[in-house]
Design a protein around this ligand. Structure first.
Ligand SMILES: Cc1cc2nc3c(=O)[nH]c(=O)nc-3n(C[C@H](O)[C@H](O)[C@H](O)COP(=O)(O)OP(=O)(O)OC[C@H]3O[C@@H](n4cnc5c(N)ncnc54)[C@H](O)[C@@H]3O)c2cc1C
Length: 403
């Protein structure tokens, strides 16, 4: 039976957990990642059950730089990613729109769009570079004890001891709840319908976001497929009934509906993938740290995907936490104490709250149909199109460059 001693025990080998492991490993801090699924090292498969995840992720410019510094953004990921050079935000049914253009503001791209599954593969593959990082797959946690001197996790495979446990186990983390950190949750009463659409016209790096009365429809640019078809990833937030209807209709009707509601921006469309749905809720942990415990990624908070910022925030969590732990470690301090971990919480508070408020506020604003709200938001969209400094500020924030 294994008996492992380490500094940090990370529970969850998703995008956030793997990000923390890179941030710690790059600083030489020892950690063990416990993943209940499977990850196949160099061949880069991801945790079991995720291999059919159709989601594409908008990786901000800042996150791409962070991943480059972790040594993760390699040739493989770079060649699979599609450059996002502009974003068009439009109130459906109105001609007013705001276009955020990278080139106009002196940047080459706003970010990149890449499959979540490939990101996981890339992050998992890169871990072999860090001798201080170990991954335990199919980890079945039997007990976890957080005591005055450290944390002890008993698995079916053996025991792991460390100074601090990082909960990277996703939305409404059972580990955080087991430590009595409660969650605030808001159910949007919506599901995100996700699919890959082929279309006649090239997208030229344009992502579009249409705020429709039924919900937000986003098309994110993807690389052309082997047959040369232009493609975009669809994320359409719809009420439960409408989402079910979009799952049940034929491929042709589905494609017609998406083309119709996206105002034929990219011409006629066809569906070239399965369709998947994801429930949409806003969640926020009452605190990001506890005794010998720190939360990262969706365990801290999960957002409506309309701004494509969830894991971008999660990676910033990972980097900030690794910095605090490394500093404590270098000074010979116990990195699991609340005094040390509160520094991490403080560092992440403003960024996290700002994005939660922005995505939730936007979602609520565009959900209203009364004439006053409609007039107000159309005014706001027009104002954003005109006021360059405001646009620049928003854009830099979305790019993860001023967080
Ligand atoms: C439709 C949609 C589109 C999105 N688009 C974007 C986007 O464009 N850009 C963006 O930044 N974000 C986006 N997001 C958000 C992003 O997907 C999430 O923020 C991200 O996946 C969260 O990663 P995580 O590692 O924190 O959690 P998870 O992905 O939930 O991973 C948790 C991991 O922990 C493991 N685990 C759980 N419990 C245990 C246990 N007890 N022991 C061991 N392992 C355990 C699980 O197996 C899993 O691997 C989107 C979300 C949705 C729903």
């Amino acid at each position: 039976m294994m008996d492992d001693r380490t500094q940090v025990i990370i529970v969850g080998g998703g995008l956030a957990g793997l990000g923390v492991a890179h941030a710690l490993g790059g600083r030489g801090v020892s950690c063990v990642v416990l993943e209940r699924g499977l990850m196949h090292g160099s061949s880069g498969a991801m945790p079991r059950g995720r291999d059919s995840d159709l989601r594409q992720t908008a990786v901000s410019y800042g996150s791409q730089q962070l991943m480059t510094s972790w040594g993760v953004w390699d040739e493989h990921l770079a060649s699979a990613a599609c450059k996002m050079t502009s974003i068009c935000v439009q109130d459906g049914g109105d001609s007013a729109k705001t276009v955020f253009s990278a080139v106009e503001h002196g940047y080459e791209r706003l970010g990149s769009i890449i499959a979540q599954s490939l990101l996981r593969e890339g992050l998992a593959r890169g871990l072999s570079r860090h001798s201080s990082v170990r991954v335990i797959e199919e980890a079945a946690i039997k007990t976890m004890t957080r005591g005055a001197d450290g944390v002890e996790v008993v698995l079916e495979q053996g025991t792991v001891r460390g100074a601090v446990v990082v909960a990277a186990d996703g939305r409404c983390s059972p580990i955080a709840q087991g430590a009595s950190l409660g969650y605030y949750t808001y159910d949007y009463g919506q599901q995100a319908v996700v699919a890959v659409m082929a279309h006649e016209k090239p997208h030229e790096g344009l992502a579009c976001e249409l705020f429709l009365p039924q919900g937000t429809l986003a098309l994110l640019p993807m690389a052309d497929d082997e047959a040369g078809r232009h493609r975009s990833s669809l994320v359409w937030s719809l009420g439960h009934e409408a989402a079910q209807a979009m799952l049940a209709c034929s491929d042709d009707i589905f494609a017609e509906q998406v083309a119709y509601y996206s105002e034929s921006l990219f011409g006629p469309m066809s569906l070239v993938s399965k369709r998947q749905t994801f429930p949409l809720t806003l969640t926020r942990a009452g605190a990001y740290v506890g005794d010998r415990l720190a939360l990262v990624g969706d365990a801290c908070r999960s957002l409506h995907p309309l701004a494509g910022q969830g894991i971008n925030l999660g990676w910033r969590d990972g980097e900030a936490l690794a910095k605090v732990i490394h500093e404590a470690h270098t000074l010979g301090l116990d990195c699991g104490t609340q005094a040390i971990l509160r520094r991490y919480e403080k560092a992440r508070y403003a960024d996290s709250l700002a994005l939660m408020a922005a995505t939730h506020g936007l979602n609520r604003l565009f959900a209203h149909r009364n004439p006053l709200s409609v007039a107000f938001r159309r005014c706001a969209v027009r104002m954003f199109a005109q006021v360059m400094p405001l646009q620049q500020k928003m854009m830099r924030y979305g790019m993860g460059m001023s967080a």
